[in-house]
Design a protein around this ligand. Structure first.
Ligand SMILES: NC(=O)c1ccc[n+]([C@@H]2O[C@H](COP(=O)([O-])OP(=O)(O)OC[C@H]3O[C@@H](n4cnc5c(N)ncnc54)[C@H](OP(=O)(O)O)[C@@H]3O)[C@@H](O)[C@H]2O)c1
Length: 328
């Protein structure tokens, strides 16, 4: 199967490294970053592209753009891994629409277009007879969408709750373990590379809320938006709050939860027993699904990272290959 990649940052690099390392039958025919692009229908030499990007800061011809790749390259599936814009979803929404219009499958790790325009994009993909997959948008490497599609097929999903932001989990872990203030734990998270220079999206629960919206719309197709999420972050939590929880055998975690029958769509710090399945240390993510037949299922794993996110993207690509491309 031929693939084109838009975005050669942390995630794009992870995808390319795995395509080069593993014999997956996926051939790269187009690539673009923000400044350049490169097309070769016979297959691009991945090692050369990665070396050029590292040395020169761009991956191809500076007279070509992402649009050139999306509209002209010879590919079956577009891998869209540009930065998330949670307000407009652009340029990713435009990129995804242009690929779908050409009847190309799309795999994205970008939360913006899926949180803002999933219904429209999914309808467009259906109309064109292609797939739109976005496993990597929620909980990184954890195969949430594949579990929903396959392992839990036939189940009614009644409710879900989870830890969907590793940065907050790390900060809360450190505050509880060492009695650190929020500011001290955030500084540590920054030093470890777990928090952005501007941590607002993470610590105010926006990132977790966006993932909750994606999950709710995927499972229940209920058209919820970011504004519908009742959201409280962790930035006002004090060491005293964590100490009091600790005295009761509990701790505090930022929990995203949804239950349509109870009209519940919330991200907030919750007091949990230390033995609760959603209490774990560090930057992991986890999600519990409550279902009618399987009852409770909890998935846990890495919520971010270059190769970890590539795992989710490659899973989607191979799903598309097996379902559509090999049969064509
Ligand atoms: N990092 C993770 O662990 C992770 C996990 C799950 C999901 N995600 C999501 O995956 C996406 C990519 O994340 P990342 O960490 O790889 O981001 P990143 O390191 O910032 O890389 C983004 C890439 O997109 C390119 N780009 C920016 N604007 C572009 C444009 N208009 N047209 C074409 N390319 C453009 C950048 O080009 P230049 O190289 O020229 O700057 C860069 O190569 C984001 O939406 C993120 O939220 C990330």
């Amino acid at each position: 199967m031929k693939v084109a990649l838009i975005g050669l940052g942390t995630v794009g690099r992870g995808v390319l490294e795995m395509l080069a390392k593993k014999d997956l039958g996926l051939v790269l025919t187009g690539i673009a970053d923000s400044k350049s692009a490169f097309l070769d229908p016979a297959g691009i030499d991945i090692a050369r592209v990665l070396a050029r990007k590292k040395k020169e800061g761009f991956c191809g011809d500076q007279h070509l753009t992402a649009e050139d790749v999306i509209k002209k390259a010879d590919y079956d599936a577009l891998i869209e891994v540009t930065p998330t814009n949670a307000l407009s979803g652009e340029p990713a929404i435009g990129y995804i629409k242009a690929a779908l219009n050409r009847k190309k499958h799309v795999v994205t790790s970008n939360k913006g277009p899926i949180a803002l325009a999933a219904k429209e994009l999914r309808a467009m993909a259906r109309k064109k007879g292609v797939a739109l997959r976005y496993e990597a948008t929620v909980a990184g490497a954890i195969p949430v969408m594949h579990t929903l599609d396959h392992g839990l097929a036939g189940n009614e999903i009644l409710a879900l709750y989870g830890v969907l932001n590793g940065t907050c989990n790390f900060i809360l872990t450190r505050m509880a373990a060492e009695g650190l203030t929020y500011e001290q734990a955030l500084m540590e998270a920054r030093e470890m590379g777990y928090a952005e220079a501007d941590p607002t999206y993470d610590v105010q629960g926006i990132d977790a809320a966006i993932k909750l919206v994606i999950l709710a719309n995927t499972i229940w197709d209920n058209g919820v938006k970011l504004d519908d999420v009742d959201r409280t972050g962790i930035d006002l939590l004090t060491p005293d709050a964590l100490r009091l929880a600790d005295e009761g055998g509990c701790t505090i975690r930022l929990i995203a939860e949804a239950n349509p029958k109870k009209h519940l769509l919330r991200v907030s710090p919750r007091i949990l027993d230390k033995n609760h399945p959603l209490v774990f240390e560090g930057t992991l993510n986890a999600l519990t699904l409550e279902t009618d037949m399987a009852k409770e299922i909890t998935l846990i794993g890495r919520g971010a990272g270059s190769v970890e996110t590539a795992s989710a993207i490659i899973g989607d690509l191979l799903w598309i290959r097996d379902r559509y491309v090999q049969r064509a």
